[in-house]
Design a protein around this ligand. Structure first.
Ligand SMILES: Nc1ncnc2c1ncn2[C@@H]1O[C@H](COP(=O)(O)OP(=O)(O)O)[C@@H](O)[C@H]1O
Ligand SMILES: O=C(OP(=O)(O)O)[C@H](O)COP(=O)(O)O
Length: 411
């Protein structure tokens, strides 16, 4: 049993999963090449080996369910390639079923034999999955009502999506005997060991494209006085540059407007007025007429794609002085090799610095690649937003749902 705050979360040691049919929520959401739709990095897919192998060895039939991207985005693709990669790492055939809850998927699940593993298609093909609602509401969703009668139990190993209150995460624990998987367990214990709220200075390096999530995270960090410095990159840096009244150029403003980020400027200003320790880049690497150039923040003429080299130097000096470093979200458009340098350099400096280091989010992990890490001072988390909210002391809905399940409370 994992005890955190007032939650008691069962593990695979607390529930009798042997010779059963088990639905396992994993998070295989990974960076995708927008041109080919192929996986750019498969680190997250390796993370579930322990849980899946253990369930297979105990004679269970295992049905994996996950999402990839969001409808409308380039990375919203089917999970066919993910099944192939999982098979390679698990050395067990993971059959891809091109369906989520229709007759084909349900018949296939019914016919499964002991030790078989299948991966259902992207659960976000089901529109209900995109709604954030309570466990009680999601327990009544079509997804949960159609799939749960086929299973004896549910395991949630998707730490990286634990901050979403979506059907596949919070609905099943209400109707099925449930537990956390081994990855979820390992993440929670590793973070408790490495992240001591008393240690300071704590430096958060926050980049990437999920700006709404990042604003929520920063509000939390500032409210709880958890961060001594927040070094921004990616689109989040552009938001705070605008909030500080800087002119980042018409083209970049258009990008922010198109992505709905400009509506977040008032919240970003409020964070600054509340004394949030936000640092923004002093220069950026931009693309202009097909060329890559560096420009200072107050004289931008190209499209911002990475942080500039002066910023890298300044951020590195903060990173070297930190007792705890948390990095989530890349500093630039890392899918393009020309704009990987900011993220790569900061990551290298963080790995060499004496402080404890927590790296999260699919994109930053892909920058890490196969680099050697000292596991006594570095934790590579599969989570991004979930990780940050967990560190800021927020209750994650998926963990709460597992705890409700263990208490036998039907909500
Ligand atoms: N300046 C920028 N402009 C546009 N996109 C950016 C910029 N910087 C980073 N990104 C994008 O952010 C995405 C990663 O963000 P996110 O999903 O939040 O990270 P993670 O998966 O690591 O949590 C990448 O696809 C990257 O191209
Ligand atoms: O990659 C994820 O989160 P992250 O970008 O915070 O690491 C999770 O798969 C959650 O995906 P979502 O933010 O589309 O709900």
């Amino acid at each position: 049993m994992i005890k955190i705050n007032d939650l008691a979360i069962p593990t695979l040691d607390d529930v009798d999963f042997s010779a059963k049919k088990v639905l396992v929520r994993i998070d295989v959401n990974s960076p995708i090449d927008p041109k080919t739709g192929k996986l750019l990095d498969d680190s997250r897919l390796r993370a579930y080996n322990t849980t899946i192998k253990e369930l297979v060895q105990r004679g269970n039939s295992v049905v994996l369910i996950s999402h990839q991207g969001r409808p409308g985005d380039d990375d919203f693709v089917s999970l066919r390639e993910h099944a192939e990669v999982l098979s390679k790492y698990l050395e067990v055939n993971v059959e891809f079923v091109e369906d989520v809850m229709g007759p084909y998927a349900r018949e296939r699940i019914k016919k499964m034999g002991k030790g078989e593993v299948i991966l259902l298609d992207n659960v976000r093909l089901v529109s209900e999955e995109l709604i954030e609602a309570s466990p009680a509401q999601h327990a009544k969703s079509y997804l949960v009502r159609r799939l749960s009668p086929l299973f004896d139990g549910y395991v949630n190993d998707a730490f990286a999506t634990a901050h979403r209150s979506q059907a596949s995460l919070v609905g099943f624990p209400i109707v099925l005997k449930s537990s956390a998987g081994r990855l979820m367990e390992r993440e929670i214990f590793a973070l408790a060991k490495i992240f001591n709220p008393e240690d300071y200075p704590k430096v958060f390096v926050l980049g990437g494209g999920k700006v709404l999530d990042s604003v929520r995270i920063i509000e939390n960090l500032v409210k709880k006085r958890m961060a001594d410095r927040i070094l921004t990159g990616g689109l989040i840096a552009e938001l705070f540059a605008v909030a500080k009244g800087l002119d980042i150029g018409k083209e970049n403003m258009k990008v922010l407007e198109k992505l709905g980020i400009l509506s977040l400027v008032p919240r970003a200003r409020k964070i600054l007025l509340a004394g949030g320790p936000i640092e923004i880049p002093v220069d950026f690497k931009v693309e202009k007429d097909g060329n890559v150039i560096e420009e200072p923040v107050n004289r931008i003429t190209g499209v911002i794609k990475d942080i500039g080299s002066t910023t890298v130097g300044i951020y590195s000096s903060f990173i070297k002085e930190a007792k705890v470093i948390v990095m989530r979200g890349p500093m630039g458009v890392i899918e393009d090799e020309r704009f990987r340098e900011g993220s790569k350099k900061l990551l290298e400096d963080a790995l060499e610095s004496p402080g404890y280091l927590i790296i999260g989010g699919g994109h930053m992990i892909s920058v890490l690649g196969n680099a050697n890490v000292n596991s006594s001072k570095v934790h590579v988390s599969t989570g991004g937003g979930a990780l940050l909210l967990f560190l800021a002391g927020e209750k994650l809905p998926a963990l709460e749902a597992l705890s409700i399940s263990s208490s036998g409370m039907k909500v």
